[in-house]
Write a protein that binds this ligand. Sequence first.
Ligand code: HEC
Ligand code: HEC
Length: 263
Amino acid sequence: MPMPRKSAFRTVLLLAALSACVGQAPRAPAPGAAPVAGGSPRGEFQNLQVLPDTISRAALTAVMRGFSSSLGVRCTHCHVPYEGAPPDSLNFASDAREAKQVARGMMRMVRRINGEVMPAIPELGDQRMQVGCVTCHRGAPRPLMLEDTLLTVARAQGADSAVAVYRALRAQHYGGFTYNFGERTLSTLAARLGAEGRQAEARRILELNVEQFPSSAGAAFELGRVLEALGERDRAIAEYRRALTLQPNHRPAQERLRALGQP
Ligand code: HEC
Ligand code: HEC
């Protein structure tokens, strides 16, 4: 484990008995626990740099639970266990996890957004919303859009891997608020792949879209477009026809069929 950077880490023993992440409030130190050398006399926590030293345990626990649920992580995402101790006894005062340091920066950022940046937009008035961790994170440690995640996978490992990741994420997150599994996500992803000249990958993604949204004329049409770009004229015509079956007045499909000399 990396050496703690802050002097306050002399005090690691105090919280040794805390049970992490099991949903109940952390316990107070055992009666008679050794006094903390150099620890803050004001509060019971050792290494608060953003939150007020005087914060109550209940309030701190509520903040920490909010972090965990906003990011969809457990306490261990930001807090390391004691060396040699069971992994559920966490050294909360330690800054050894980089994510904890990042979280401090995020706390300061959110404070500035709510305290300075938003108040500087007078049109918002006094009833303006407060930005919180969840406003951006939506249950993910890195608040990426689903199409961004899939684009990264598709670029690095190809479209079949992106399809596999889509299926896995859907199985885990569908109905949650982290990812949008709507039709536009795959269609945006395919457009971005197409713009990079990756037509074959775009086609694979649009086939997935058609599978997920079999009654969408738009999805059929977009698959038709990429098939046409790949020179698969007959399959493109079939998709345009399918789009028209689903939505008889689908103008772009009518136009493509006419351009391809279809009645
Ligand atoms: C996203 C990162 C993150 C997660 C997840 C998280 N924490 Fe924290 N925690 C922090 C940060 C950052 C601080 C320090 C805040 C400061 O400097 O004011 C902290 C401080 C604490 C402290 C005070 C330690 C001390 O003595 O200085 C306790 C106790 C704590 N967290 C408990 C928890 C528990 C319990 C959970 C799980 C329910 C949890 N944390 C989840 C980031 C996190
Ligand atoms: C304005 C949007 C926004 C808000 C609000 C926000 N974050 Fe973040 N956060 C981000 C972005 C974007 C990243 C990813 C940065 C990157 O990796 O390039 C991120 C990354 C992080 C990470 C590192 C992710 C990881 O893999 O460990 C942590 C921890 C984190 N945020 C904690 C918080 C906490 C705690 C709050 C609330 C106090 C918060 N964030 C509020 C946008 C936000």
